[in-house]
Design a protein. Structure first.
Ligand code: PHE
Length: 453
């Protein structure tokens, strides 16, 4: 069929390893190291984590397979890919709107992501500067409060991060995305392990382990369930078509199933490890696990402040958090840039500049929600950051995921998904197909309906 492409217009990943690194780079990010700990903390710990894990396995992973498979078959931006594949399957081209919803979701996520990633730049500098050295827990809390109260400062860091990301995307797949993934990912793993060792030696590991692993279901209500599910989508990077685009650059010869298992496994592991690194310190210093978005920026500096060579390690930690954010933000920037290049027929550089500007502008709303606009609440409830965050994670990501599941399970021809996924065992294909046809859509719907009631 003419409309189905065999090559992406922008080049391909040069090896399986690089795909795994880049896709894990997309998956592992602020979601795992910043968001997961604070949301698990606010959600009451182990019960929240169990729901999160269940969502990863039964909802996230099957959709991850769908997205990458659709991307590789379509080889274009999410909008054209969905349209072409729908036509191929004899369905309506309106499926392209699934691609547009994904693009909107990415735009929203990218806008707050960049603001928080900007914090990591500032915190890297503060770490190496010795700001946290010997500072009391309370003083470090005040440093954070003063930091987010200053909109101009936040704007500077937000802008710096956007420049970093869009600069990488302008360099293209091989020179930008691949090189960054190769260097950053291995470094990140090493550091997390080091931090857990520190937490085990110096923190209150026992209370932390209890908090993380002994579930108390009395704390769970439908809003906790929906946010655990939203977080599972977010950390796995599914539901918005970001990894669909990484699939578009994937050579036919690379096996999808085993590669994605590795990626999902690493992603979940890093989230849990981040919890294990952070909560011992929280309990050791009598801090609240339900601190909110400031959790990582307050707890870790406290620990580093009293640790031998702590300044250095604080600097290194935030640098790595920055790197993790960088590789994830690339997976926001690339799909939007690709979409604009292909639909608008403009150059990569032009497209990246336009995308960068729009995201940067939207990000200002989030940035102000921590200071000048902190009193402004949508529906008397959510500030700008909470509104964008909640809309993207709790509504749009699950909705997009539902779309990808239904499309790959019900619309696409069985032979086509079978052949494109090329899983090693037929049995695995049957499990996947059963999940995306029945389990995944049903679970998403039940959670939604429950939340509405
Ligand atoms: N998974 C990334 C993180 O955990 C965020 C992300 C979401 C990236 C959706 C791409 C798509 O930080």
């Amino acid at each position: 069929m003419e409309s189905i492409q065999r090559q992406s217009l922008h080049g391909m990943w040069s090896s399986r390893l690089v795909f795994i690194l880049a896709a894990s780079g997309a998956a592992i990010g602020l979601g795992n190291i910043w968001k997961f700990p604070y949301m698990a903390g606010m959600g009451g710990g182990a019960a929240f984590i169990l729901i999160y894990l269940a969502a990863v396995l039964t909802i996230g992973l099957p959709i991850l397979l769908s997205e990458v498979m659709l991307g590789r078959r379509g080889r274009r931006n999410p909008v054209d890919t969905m349209q072409n594949l729908a036509i191929e399957a004899g369905s309506t081209p309106l499926w392209r709107y699934l691609g547009w919803i994904g693009a909107l979701t990415i735009l929203l996520m990218f806008s707050f992501y960049s603001v928080v990633a900007g914090w990591t730049i500032a915190y890297t500098a503060m770490g190496f500067d010795g700001t946290f050295s010997q500072a009391s827990a309370r003083h470090i809390g005040e440093i954070f409060a003063a930091f987010v109260a200053d909109p101009l400062m936040l704007l500077v860091w937000h802008t710096a991060f956007m420049l970093l990301v869009m600069g990488t995307v302008i360099l293209g797949i091989r020179k930008g995305l691949e090189r960054v993934s190769y260097v950053i990912m291995p470094l990140m793993f090493a550091l997390i392990i080091l931090l857990i060792g520190y937490g085990a030696a110096e923190g209150d590991m026992l209370t932390a382990a209890e908090f993380l692993f002994r579930p108390d279901f009395s704390q769970i209500d439908s809003s906790t369930i929906i946010s655990a599910m939203g977080l599972a989508f977010f950390t796995l990077a599914v539901g918005a078509g970001a990894l669909l685009v990484y699939g578009a650059y994937l050579p036919k010869s690379v096996p999808i199933g085993s590669s994605l298992l590795v990626i999902a496994g690493l992603d979940t592991l890093i989230a849990l490890l981040a919890g294990l690194a952070i909560f011992p310190i929280v309990f050791q210093h009598g801090l609240s696990p339900a601190e909110g978005p400031g959790l990582v920026f307050v707890t870790l500096p406290i620990a580093f402040g009293v640790m031998p060579a702590g300044d250095f390690f604080a600097g290194v930690f935030f640098l790595l958090l920055l790197f993790a954010a960088w590789t994830s933000a690339i997976s926001f920037a690339e799909p939007l840039t690709m979409l604009l290049m292909e639909r608008g027929k403009i150059s990569r550089t032009k497209a990246a500049i336009i995308v960068g500007f729009c995201v940067w502008f939207l990000g200002i709303g989030t940035l102000l929600s921590f200071n000048l606009w902190s009193e402004f609440k949508f529906f008397g409830h959510w500030n700008f950051f909470a509104a964008v965050d909640g809309l993207a994670l709790n509504v749009l990501l699950p909705l997009g995921g539902l779309g990808f599941a239904i499309f790959s399970g019900w619309i696409m021809k069985r032979e086509d998904s079978y052949q494109e996924l090329a899983l090693r065992w037929d049995f695995m294909y049957q499990v996947w197909r059963f999940l995306v046809r029945f389990v995944t859509p049903l679970m998403i719907l039940v959670v939604f309906i429950n939340a509405l009631i």
